[in-house]
Ligand binder design. Structure first.
Ligand SMILES: Cc1cc2nc3c(=O)[nH]c(=O)nc-3n(C[C@H](O)[C@H](O)[C@H](O)COP(=O)(O)OP(=O)(O)OC[C@H]3O[C@@H](n4cnc5c(N)ncnc54)[C@H](O)[C@@H]3O)c2cc1C
Length: 467
């Protein structure tokens, strides 16, 4: 006899959302989490703490550089890093407590300890102290997430050679910070410390920043970050870093090969990506297939190669994003309850929470070109938007990519203040298969930054009003 209909290993955004949805649908649910708190990478050391620091450091920067131009004289703002970290810690605690409350409210049984799948239908939980126990369960969902990708030649000590975990918890501002990797996490955390006073240099192996995002947006973004004082070394490979009492000696060389060079910095942030985390789960013993990158292989219904065992979130293929993990959690719960849960991978927004923000949904121009799809691009800059001018936030633009034959919107790319909020009107439009004309004919409140989205849609038909 099974004790539970469903046992989920890992309570990150994938796991806890899956648990809540399954409980709503009448399943008896257990979760297993090895951390002291629920909510996974995202709420404990990822999305939420980084956004708390991005928000606070952005206001610090504004107070120091922009207030005077708006007629507000306050003198130079002083940084109280301990208090700023306190704000971050309180934010994390409030969110994590919220998830614990939701699990209880939905009558989900929580086990604390390391989960291991003994066989289909059996999960063993080993707590930090005390005896292991075994849960009998009809179905199992692997939601064990991801971990920091290490870089050979560098040993992360979280003091001066940092992963994102260390970079959100520093007790002083490093004088010179070298960020390895120009992806989302590196640029967000690099921005935080640049605003708080670090000299930031970003080293990237590829010849561009934000790989995978629209190249046009990435170019504008790099230019804007450069204006803010971030230095970039593209097409460069870091081969070693040695920490000492004086700082860190970092060795790098051109990606294509060539003469190595050493630079001295105070701290290094290794942000070259994350890799799926499935250690100790028992996947090898069970014969659950994984791909070359270590991701658990799943079919269109999130089933692994063993019946009754499913996987979601960062542990499987697809973008490593909290909302993608959440949607997969909902889909699996609905499938297990006999419904037709599914995820539309063509409409998963992505946001970089810097200033300006970068946001995207759907295909990039590069992807459309590669797929041989004829498209029309409509672009509108924030320099021509009244609200952006009123707020002195005119950096950036909106770009709408529409099918040349049907006018259906295939991708929307944004760079500018608050675009992380604005991207969702594009997501809703695309979810409903909307056209650029649908967007262009939808009345938008004036004055808003969102009017630029409408104007970009108008630009597809070459009929912008304000350009
Ligand atoms: C600095 C940073 C910033 C980020 N910012 C964003 C952002 O702004 N937006 C966004 O969408 N994404 C962001 N991400 C990515 C996001 O955090 C992940 O995509 C998301 O957390 C994945 O959810 P998940 O449920 O798959 O896994 P996770 O959140 O990693 O949760 C997995 C959980 O499983 C537990 N676990 C693992 N193995 C076991 C085991 N054997 N037994 C018991 N428990 C186990 C772990 O302890 C963990 O709590 C960020 C990540 C980082 C590091």
């Amino acid at each position: 006899m099974a004790d539970y209909d469903l046992t989920i290993i890992g309570t990150g955004p994938g796991g806890y959302v899956c648990a809540i949805r399954a409980a709503q649908l009448g399943l008896k649910v257990a979760v297993v989490e090895k951390r002291k708190t629920h909510s996974g990478t995202c709420l404990n050391v990822g999305c939420i703490p980084s956004k708390a620091l991005l928000h606070a450091s952005d206001l610090f920067e504004e107070a120091g550089h922009d207030f005077a131009r708006l007629g507000i004289k306050i003198g130079a703002p002083k940084l109280d890093l301990k208090a700023m970290m306190g704000h971050k810690d309180e934010t994390v605690e409030a969110n994590v407590k919220g998830v614990e409350f939701l699990l209880k409210k939905n009558k989900i049984t929580a086990f604390q300890g390391v989960g291991r799948i003994v066989a289909a239908g059996l999960v063993e939980v080993t707590p930090e102290k005390g005896k292991a126990e075994t849960i009998a369960t009809r179905n199992i969902v692997i939601a064990t997430g991801s971990e920091v990708m290490p870089l050979p030649g560098l040993e992360i000590d979280e003091k001066s050679i940092l992963s994102s975990d260390g970079a959100i918890a520093l007790s002083s501002v490093p004088g010179r910070l070298l960020v390895i990797g120009a992806g989302v996490i590196g640029l967000e955390l690099g921005s935080v410390w640049r605003r708080l006073g670090s000299e930031v240099q970003v080293v990237e192996f590829l010849d561009r920043i934000l790989p995978g995002m629209d190249a046009d947006v990435a170019k504008t973004f790099q230019r804007t970050l450069k204006k803010q004082g971030v230095k970039f070394r593209l097409s460069t490979r870091v081969t070693a870093a040695k920490a000492s009492a004086k700082g860190v000696k970092v060795t790098m060389e051109p990606a294509a090969g060539g003469t190595a060079e050493t630079v001295d910095v105070d701290a290094v942030l290794v942000a070259i990506g994350r890799r799926p985390y499935t250690a100790g789960l028992g996947l090898e013993e069970l014969g659950i297939a994984r791909d070359k990158q270590g991701r658990v292989e799943t079919d269109g219904n999130f089933r692994t190669t063993i019946d009754g065992i499913y996987a979601i979130g960062d542990a499987i293929k697809g973008p490593m994003l909290a909302h993608k993990a959440e949607d997969e959690g909902v889909a699996v719960a609905e499938i297990l309850a006999g419904q037709k849960g599914h995820v539309n991978y063509d409409v998963i927004p992505g946001v970089v929470y810097t200033m300006p923000e970068v946001a995207a949904v759907g295909k990039t121009e590069e992807e459309l070109k590669e797929a041989g799809i004829a498209y029309i691009s409509g672009k509108f800059p924030f320099t021509a938007n009244g609200r952006a001018k009123a707020m002195r936030k005119t950096d950036g633009f909106i770009k709408v990519l529409a099918d040349a034959r049907t006018d259906r919107v295939l991708g929307v790319h944004m760079i500018g203040a608050s675009v992380g909020e604005m991207i969702h009107e594009a997501a809703v439009l695309m979810e409903f298969g909307g056209s650029a004309e649908d967007l262009a004919r939808t009345c938008h409140a004036h004055p808003t930054m969102s009017e630029a989205v409408r104007e970009a849609a108008m630009a597809v038909a070459k009929r912008t009003i304000h350009m």
